[in-house]
Structure formats: structure tokens, C-alpha cells
Ligand binder design. Structure first.
Ligand SMILES: Cc1cc2nc3c(=O)[nH]c(=O)nc-3n(C[C@H](O)[C@H](O)[C@H](O)COP(=O)(O)O)c2cc1C
Length: 313
């Protein structure tokens, strides 16, 4: 399936395993890269020394290209970026921040830079910053997201209309058919998050993986828009947020309820009541926990079948 994205990253299929806090460590990233797609280590939940260890283990587990996702809202960014350079990582996906801050610096060191956005305006800003590709993520995606409720189906063609830079679609893609749809709409590749949470190699707690498998349509909601909008499973913690909203809270009160380490508690430690459980709407279509290699094989086969089937429509 050679195209702009496979060439940019030197991979077999134009699929990216998304960087995801508490889910995408070296095991998931190396399994993804060994399956012919691009694996990403999610640096957002790692202290600098932990990230270094994950990079080193990933290098031992695969000789294929892999990258690191760096959400720029977390502290220690300079230290994180220096480790990435020192360890010879060749691909960085930045998110949650200004793409101008690090793009040139990384590219000068021979690193391919991709930035994640959720609107046309920010896609163009990323292009102006000189990134090598843009990920455009729709409202249905798991994890942190934009404030506007633009879905993948509408965002991708609108970004494509104005963007010259290679475009990767994200949000709601867990099957080969969805991948094909996004590529028909103008994407050059896809970034997949939620589907890989429910993989054997993800570092999510088994109880959280099971929540994803059991989730039905309507079980997630984008919330906490005043702080950093995030799509969550509607569990007890989510209900506490909703109850607080009814009292007209200040951002400080929301911050206090959120507290610290909620995401770790929920996704990594498996506290399904008090923890923050980040997942996308597409969880309703995820029915099993499978090895990454099988997920990729199924997606690619379904993509090819659907592509051939479309001709007969
Ligand atoms: C559990 C979870 C954690 C995430 N953490 C991050 C992150 O650390 N950095 C980031 O840029 N995006 C993060 N995301 C968003 C993903 O990178 C990806 O763009 C998104 O999951 C795609 O939508 P999908 O979940 O519908 O496949 C996260 C998503 C999930 C589900």
C-alpha cells in the first residue's frame, strides 16, 4: 500500500498506532511497528527516565521505525525532547500545544515531525510551522480533544480542501472500512487509538480493557471543556463531574475534583469508579481484546475487501 505516509515513515501500511497515556508503552509500540504500521510511545504519562527506558526497550524489540508522541501540556518538555534526540528517535508526534515551539528544533536534528490538531485553523498553523504531516482528529476520538464538536466525517474533507501537507485522519477509526472512508475523504493515512487500547500489548489494566469491550454506543461523553476537553466513559467519576456542573463551578473547582493521577488510577490501575477512563465513541464497535498483529491484519484485509467492493456499488 505505498503512498505519501508509508514513504514518510518507511512503513508497510499507512496506519499509525496512536500515542496514548497509560496505554502505549514499548510493548504496544514495538508490536505495532513489527506489524507493518507506525508504533508510537506515549510520553505524556512518563517521567523522563521512564521514557528513556521505554525507548531503549522498543529499540531492542523492533528494528522497524517507531516514534514518540509528546503532548506539550505536560512539564519536563525540554528534558523529554533531549532524551528523544539522545536516543536517536527519528519520528515525533506533538500534540496539545503550539507546533512552532519544537518543529524546527527537531527537524534540524533529522527528526520527522507530525502535529495533532482538531480544526482547519490549527491544521494550517501546523503547516505554517513546517510539520511533515498533520493528524486531524475528530470529536468522536478518545482522549483529549478540541472544544469544537467537528466530527471526523466533516473535519477530514474540510482540512483536505486547504492543506497541502500529508494528512492523517483520526477519531472513530477501528476498521478497514473506516480507514477506506477516511482515505476517500482525502486522508493519506489513519491514526488509530481506541482499538489498540483493547489489544493484548497495551499497558491498560485488564479491567479497563474489558470496559472498552463492554462499552455500547452512547457510553462516552466529551467533558471538562473548561480545563482540557476529554472524552470519557460515563462512570462514577464522570457522574461526579456532571453533578458539579449543575452547581455552575469555577475552573478551580473542576480542577480540584479532577485532582491528580485520575487517568493513571482508572486506565492503568483499573479503578473503574474513581478513575478517569479515556476512550473514543468507537468503543461501541470493539468487541474483543486481540494481539496487535491480528488487529492490523484484520484492518488491512477489510480495507482491501471494501476497496474492491466499492467498485461494485
Ligand atoms: C486512552 C487514550 C489516551 C490518549 N492519550 C493521548 C496522548 O497522550 N497524546 C495524544 O496526542 N493523544 C492521545 N489520545 C488520542 C489518540 O492519540 C488518538 O488521536 C485517538 O485515540 C484517535 O481516536 P480513536 O480513539 O477514535 O481511535 C489518547 C486516546 C486514548 C483513547
Amino acid at each position: 500500500m505505498p503512498n505519501k505516509i508509508t514513504q514518510l515513515f518507511n512503513i508497510k501500511y499507512p496506519i499509525i498506532q496512536a500515542g496514548m497515556i497509560w496505554n502505549s508503552g514499548w510493548r504496544l509500540a514495538s508490536a505495532a511497528s513489527n506489524s507493518g504500521i507506525l508504533g508510537l510511545i506515549g510520553a505524556g504519562s512518563m517521567y523522563p527516565d521512564v521514557l528513556r527506558e521505554h525507548i531503549q526497550k522498543c529499540k531492542q524489540a523492533t528494528n522497524k521505525p517507531f516514534g514518540v508522541n509528546v503532548p506539550m501540556l505536560y512539564p519536563n518538555i525540554e528534558e523529554i525532547m533531549n532524551i528523544i534526540v539522545e536516543e536517536g528517535v527519528k519520528i515525533v508526534f506533538t500534540s496539545a500545544g503550539n507546533p512552532k515551539t519544537w518543529t524546527k528544533w527537531l527537524q534540524e536534528k533529522g527528526i520527522t515531525v507530525v502535529h495533532v490538531v482538531s480544526s482547519v485553523k490549527f491544521a494550517l498553523k501546523a503547516q505554517d510551522a513546517g510539520v511533515d504531516a498533520v493528524v486531524a482528529e475528530g470529536f468522536e476520538a478518545g482522549g483529549h480533544n478540541g472544544r469544537d464538536e467537528t466530527t471526523t466525517l466533516t473535519l477530514i474533507p474540510m482540512v483536505r480542501e486547504q492543506l497541502q501537507t500529508p494528512l492523517i485522519a483520526a477519531g472513530g477509526i477501528a476498521t478497514g472500512k473506516a480507514m477506506l472512508a477516511c482515505m476517500v475523504l482525502g486522508a493519506d493515512g489513519v491514526q488509530v487509538g481506541s482499538r489498540f487500547v483493547a489489544s493484548t500489548e497495551s499497558s491498560a489494566h485488564q479491567a479497563f480493557k474489558q470496559v472498552v469491550v463492554d462499552a455500547k454506543e452512547g457510553d462516552t461523553q466529551l467533558t471538562l471543556k473548561e480545563l482540557a476537553p476529554v472524552r470519557l466513559i460515563k462512570n462514577k467519576f464522570y457522574q461526579q463531574v456532571e453533578d458539579l456542573y449543575k452547581t455552575g463551578p469555577t475552573p478551580e473547582q473542576l480542577k480540584e475534583l479532577l485532582g491528580r493521577a485520575r487517568a493513571k488510577k482508572g486506565m492503568f490501575e483499573g479503578d473503574l469508579e474513581e478513575g478517569e477512563l479515556e476512550i473514543g465513541q468507537i468503543a461501541g464497535l470493539i468487541h474483543d481484546i486481540k494481539p496487535v498483529a491480528e488487529i492490523v491484519k484484520d484492518m488491512v484485509e477489510e480495507f482491501e475487501e471494501a476497496k474492491n467492493g466499492v467498485i461494485n456499488l
